[in-house]
Design a protein around this ligand. Sequence first.
Ligand code: NAI
Length: 445
Amino acid sequence: MTVNDIPNDVKDLSLADEGQRRTEWAEQFMPVLRQIRERFAAERPLEGKRLSACLHVTTETANLAVTLQAGGADVALCASNPLSTQDDVAAHLVRDHGIKVFAVKGEDKESYYDHIRAALAHRPDVTMDDGADLVGALHMIALGRLDDLEGPVRPWVNAMSPDERSALLKAVIGSTEETTTGVIRLRAMAEQGVLQFPVIAVNDSQTKHLFDNRYGTGQSTVDGILRATNILLAGSTFVVAGYGWCGRGVAMRARGGGAEVIVTEVDPLRALEARMDGYRVMPMADAARVGDVFVTLTGNAEVIRLEHMRLMKDGAIIANSGHFNVELDLEDLAQAADGPRAARQFVDEWLLEGKRLYVLGEGRLINLAAAEGHPASVMDMSFANQALAAEHLVTGGSMLSKAVHRVPVEIDERVAELKLAALGVRIDSLTPAQQQYLASWDAGT
Ligand code: NAI
């Protein structure tokens, strides 16, 4: 088989050498995934299964895709965001591993959905999502909601018979979901009785969100803002919208860089936590007047609206690191302001009522648009969970109900143990007396 026989849509296959070098670099920091790959190669738990993944096409995802392939899966990969693809990595996966990749950095909406279509045309037994776009499209097809299908997916489905459409969905054993926003969407599907197969919420495992969302997003979001703007953090006023796992990480890293951090929240507990962690907490309408840099990480829509942008200072910088760019009301901004003018790469200048506002990365995940996403060391754990969750679906998915399931606790603990071992960290274990003490209720004071 030559590279020409592999269905793909990537920018330029001649970038593959660079993609290979960078993927090998990331692999060094992914010891847990490497161990899983070695076991998968020996045991082939995914043998003969077609797997379609909709993930950010990065060096870390390349290592996951190769691990799944080592386990016997026939892998197709499309992007989960139009701006997050690393074109050299996409080329490397096609040329050196024969993986079907459909992703080009900066692709328009039409191409984005054409690539989703290509991943579905792979007729997967297992899907892997980062934001639930694949699962969403599959269910639209099954429900006959063809008008809701985006772009090129619709004519492709229209050309199928009803039997072919339902076969597409029925073939799927289950799916895994990488991020908070995807889990929220999938839970809504399950609650509305729409979800037709089990989904494993990789995001909810401890070895994912405690580390990836907090430390990964924390570091890479600040990295993306700095790479896009080259601003000095020290002495700036940095507004973080949303004090969830991601927001905590960003706030922590911005403060570490010398910024004064303001948090905005809608949840009283999270707001209280932010206050006790030492941040100023206020509504966005107040923060808008004083912030130099704004970043949203809520998983919600319209968090920074035109009414807030009108209050901002000349030169304010606005970014989003939540899953979708709907956190910023960019449509209203485009209506009311002049622009955009490219001030720098990944920086659009808008002129709003005499003030310059700078929107980074078109409001898309700034850590992936302007930087390289999370460091490999933290994706090691997230993607170890993904690989083991895929194995769990293939070996035991038929026993799972059509709902959103947690990653089994044994997988979570195993990933933590492997990571600790890789970091050279040893811990104590319970003595028999301690085990007995913890299991008792009658030992007095
Ligand atoms: P989370 O659920 O832990 O936190 C979200 C927080 O936002 C909550 O505390 C919620 O109360 C708050 N919030 C909701 N609406 C708000 C509003 N209007 N104003 C202020 N706060 C509001 O979620 P998590 O895990 O922190 O994820 C946040 C987003 O980041 C999601 O879209 C997730 O998919 C995405 N994500 C992005 C990553 C990246 O690489 N940039 C990595 C992981 C997750």
